[in-house]
Design a binder for this molecule. Sequence first.
Ligand SMILES: Cc1cc2nc3c(=O)[nH]c(=O)nc-3n(C[C@H](O)[C@H](O)[C@H](O)COP(=O)(O)OP(=O)(O)OC[C@H]3O[C@@H](n4cnc5c(N)ncnc54)[C@H](O)[C@@H]3O)c2cc1C
Length: 387
Amino acid sequence: MYKFEKNSLIKKMLKIDQLSYWERTTYFEGQDLLIVGAGIVGLSTAIAVKKKYPHLKIVIVERGYLPSGASTKNAGFACFGSPSELFEDLKTIPENQVWETFNARYSGLKTLFELVDPLKIEYNACGSYDLLRTNDEDIDPDFIAYLNNESQKITKKEKTYLIENDPNGKFGFGGIKTAYFNSVEGSINTGKLIEQLHQKAIQAGISILFGMECQKYEASKDGVSITLSIGVMKVDRLIICSNGFASQLVDEDVIPARAQVLITKPLPKLSLDSTFHMDKGYYYFRSINNRILLGGGRNLDINGETTTDLATTEHIQTALRNILDEIIMPNQHVEIDYSWSGIMGVGKSKQPIVKKITDNVYVGIRMGGMGVAIGAAVGQQLSDLID
Ligand SMILES: Cc1cc2nc3c(=O)[nH]c(=O)nc-3n(C[C@H](O)[C@H](O)[C@H](O)COP(=O)(O)OP(=O)(O)OC[C@H]3O[C@@H](n4cnc5c(N)ncnc54)[C@H](O)[C@@H]3O)c2cc1C
């Protein structure tokens, strides 16, 4: 009997020059545009370019067997600015830039909902609370009035932010002195978003190759020669949407920023139908199917978390566990089910880098912690750059 060679294909990934005529002509020859990264930005970009130029042959290469950065690992907040984060930003970033970023996030969510049906990604207009702990710096009520005044120009809502004086009584939290309710933010199902984008891309005729790394490229006026993990491919244009991993391919102000998350086992009586931020956005939590999803703590070890290693650390997981036990569910027995991490792309500015970097090569990177809000709009902007 024939003895099947276990893992023969997995161990020996075929190179392009070993592929069949059909495989080469379908996926590797005559492609007009190659996009690196199948996260929110790569998929949105491919869909936007294909809509603009239906005749273009577009392929996305993704190094993971799933998108392996942030888009399938995030908390699913459809958010654009919490008071404590805005308060902090206004200390260091020019005022007009802070509101430009706010506007980009707010209108970015509208672009997202034009691209995917909010119902299909379980969008919940549940609002959000920014929680101030007992020891946190107070926020002056005049600052909230200022935020409402400025945000009204964008959200068209008289009061985007409302003060909630008894968050402990309302949610059973411990050690929270005040909360600010943002009535316009909400949540989505992260898995469903990526699935919707994936399906839309496939329906539009875009090819997606998983397990394929873009290692380097050479650009010229005539096109781009791209070295993939299985060989060299020539395309007319290249768009790099690899966010936190972008420094492998481009020299721009973007570095990886890992963010860790935990999820509890289902809890019998959980009523947290909103999204919650703390500590200038460094911590965030929400409920999902009777579980609590809690993330953050990157500020406890900024150097250690400047990495592309998708691991978790005891130090940060313990800090998250303490927040769960002391603040979110004080005096209750809560079991953690599992943890994970994702990699964001950050830099000196909170604004994304969306531009042409050389002949026929473009980037859409540095989404920070806001890719859900701005990712689809960045895809749209990249498609506008392609002529
Ligand atoms: C834990 C966590 C929580 C977050 N919570 C929120 C939130 O609640 N709301 C919000 O708006 N944002 C949140 N974010 C941020 C948001 O997820 C990101 O901004 C967004 O997903 C970025 O999308 P992207 O497509 O630019 O990058 P990514 O999703 O990282 O996609 C880039 C892809 O490129 C691939 N890649 C990299 N290099 C190569 C290469 N050389 N060749 C081929 N493929 C390559 C990667 O594998 C990856 O899949 C969170 C992020 C994390 C990590």
